[in-house]
Each structure stands twice: as C-alpha cells, then as structure tokens.
Design a protein around this ligand. Structure first.
Ligand code: ASP
Length: 327
C-alpha cells in the first residue's frame, strides 16, 4: 500500500522546548522536526512524512511574512502535486492566528492542519507526540481537505475560523465556542462531523508594509483614553472589542467618529462567542448607532481574527467594508 505524503513544517513552540544545561532558566526551542517525528510511535505507518524545520521560535515572534511564505510554499507544493496533505507545527500562543491567516489565504483542496503542544517534551504526559500523530492522520485523510484549514490538538479537530485558545495550560485549551469541533480522531482515524463555513479567500499579499492595526478591548468605567491617543497616531485601522453584542460607552463616541472618518474601524465583541448584533439595541453606543457611525461589524469573528482579516484586506487592496468577508 502506498502511504499518503504529508509535508510537515516546524516553526517552534513548546512542542520543541527543552531545558538547557541550567534547567532553572526554563525551556527553549531545541528539538528539530526530524527528531520530533522520530519520537512519535506509529507515525511511519500513517504517512510518509517529509519533516522540515522551518523556524525554531516561540510563536509570539511569528510574523505576517512567515505566514505568507508558508502559504506560498503550500500552494506551490499543491500545484506540483507531490504532497497529499500539510501539517504546520508551532507554538500554541498564536496558533489560532496562524490557522486563520492560512485559512484566509489558501484556496486548496488538500488538508492543511495546524498543531502544537501544551506540555513540553520533558513533562509527564507531554501531548506533543499524540498531537503530531493526530495532525498527520488528519492531513493524510483526503476528506479533511473539505474543512479548510483545521487545528488538531487533544484529538479534537477545529475549523480555523472558529477555534481559539481558551486556557493557559490545559491540554484541552483549544475550543470552538460557537459550534464545537468539526471532527475528531477516533481509533486512529480522522472523522469529519460537519463542513464548516469559511469566508472568501484573499490573494497572498506581495511583500509590502504590514498595516498597523490597533486592537482595543472595551472595559468597565473606561473613559476612552487609548482611543484619544490613537487619534493622533498613524495607525491604519482599528478593531475594537466591544461589550456583549457590540456596545460601547458614550465616552468613546467622539473619538470613534473622528477615527472612523479616517480609517476602517471594526466592531467585534469581547464576549468570546456569538455575532455582533445589527438591529436590536437602540441606545447611543449600541450596535445600531455604531454601525450608523461607520463602524464595520466583524460578524462572528473575534478581535484577533478581525484584526488579521482587516490587515489582509488592506494589504490586498480590497475594500475593508466588503460585507461578504465579515459574516
Ligand atoms: N510560548 C509557547 C509558544 O507559543 C507556548 C506553546 O507553544 O504552547 O511558542
């Protein structure tokens, strides 16, 4: 039997981290892609894995450039037809952002799976090997190509558009609060429960300046001090995580009016799940008023994802108001 060919790109993260000679100074990226795969029992009977060490960094240091390069490499490999599925292994801190970025950029039919680990290799019950086996299993299952980019940890399969990291240390940290996982690894096989809705694809931006997008969270009793500072900044866009279904204090409104007349301002929610409303609340600073003032509703996207989408739209010269992207 010919095994599926899976290309694995390692970017770093806890899954690679071990203590140096002085164990008290903590763990740092150490284990390369090949060694990582060798530590996974049974991996070679699931797929032929072409393991590549791309970066060895903490995921907070990943950039848009890294994601664009990766997307271009994946697209090229798909075009050449020599790879059946792709796995990206990275730190979990920004894993949801990388997955969403790739999902926005990749219009391909092959499975693309992002994974990492919550426990480093030296910890008891380190989850890295199981997550790599699950991710490769998923990438080797052609049906998973229907799901867009997915995130696999703890045997759950999440759609990139809906997943977020909800815990600092738990191996079940990745969740999709709106709709739950779209699949699961069961007895060594990847099962897809439902095909998630994904947004329209965006062309991979050519290299260029990354727009400065501010991301601000509304908070109790706040007087809008940060918004005032932003008014005199050269930022190219703003995402504001509002209360509940899209509500902000009246004290924010003058600044928001001035900002929205100059740059795109996207309204998302700090609630962690659910849509921004469009037509329920009628008071000043509620969704009807804010949308009238020119704010762009993020739909179901949280602030982190809204920031990525706004960045990509600006970079690609697409009108940030194009509503088909904000569902
Ligand atoms: N700090 C690590 C990183 O994101 C955390 C992890 O991998 O879980 O690189």
């Amino acid at each position: 039997m010919t095994l599926p060919r899976v290309r694995l790109f390692l970017l770093g993260g806890t899954i690679t981290m071990k203590a140096g000679p002085d164990s008290a100074s903590g763990v740092v990226p150490t284990v390369d892609a090949r060694a990582l795969c060798q530590a996974v029992p049974g991996l070679d009977s699931v797929a032929y894995v072409d393991a590549r060490t791309d970066k060895m960094i903490a995921s907070g240091n990943l950039t848009y450039g890294h994601a664009f390069d990766l997307a271009a490499e994946i697209r090229l490999a798909e075009k050449n037809g020599d790879v059946d599925g792709f796995v990206i292994v990275q730190g979990t801190d920004t894993l949801e952002e990388m997955a969403f970025l790739l999902d926005c950029l990749l219009d391909i039919k092959r499975p693309v799976v992002v994974t990492g680990a919550m426990r480093n290799p030296a910890q008891l019950s380190s989850d890295g090997p199981a997550n790599i086996l699950a991710a490769v299993t998923c990438a080797a299952t052609m049906e998973m190509g229907l799901a867009g980019v997915v995130v696999v940890l703890n045997d759950d399969i999440h759609a990139a558009r809906y997943v977020s990291k909800r815990h600092t240390g738990n191996v079940g940290a990745f969740q999709s609060p709106n709709n739950g996982p779209v699949g699961r690894i069961v007895e060594g096989e990847a099962h897809l429960f439902s095909v998630p809705v994904t947004g329209p694809k965006i062309a991979i931006p050519k290299s260029g300046d990354i727009p400065n997008i501010a991301l601000i969270k509304a908070s109790y009793g706040d007087d809008g001090y940060l918004l005032k500072l932003l008014e005199t900044s050269d930022c190219d866009g703003l995402v504001i995580e509002a209360f509940g279904a899209g509500h902000l204090p009246e004290k924010y409104l003058d600044s928001l009016d001035r900002l929205a007349s100059r740059i795109p301002v996207v309204l998302s929610s700090r609630a962690g799940a659910g849509h921004i409303f469009r037509k329920t609340y009628g008071y000043k600073g509620a969704e009807i008023d804010l949308i009238k003032r020119g704010l762009i509703s993020s739909g179901i996207l949280d602030g982190l994802k809204a920031k990525i989408l706004l960045t990509l739209l600006i970079m690609s010269g697409v009108d940030p108001r194009a509503s088909q992207y904000w569902q």
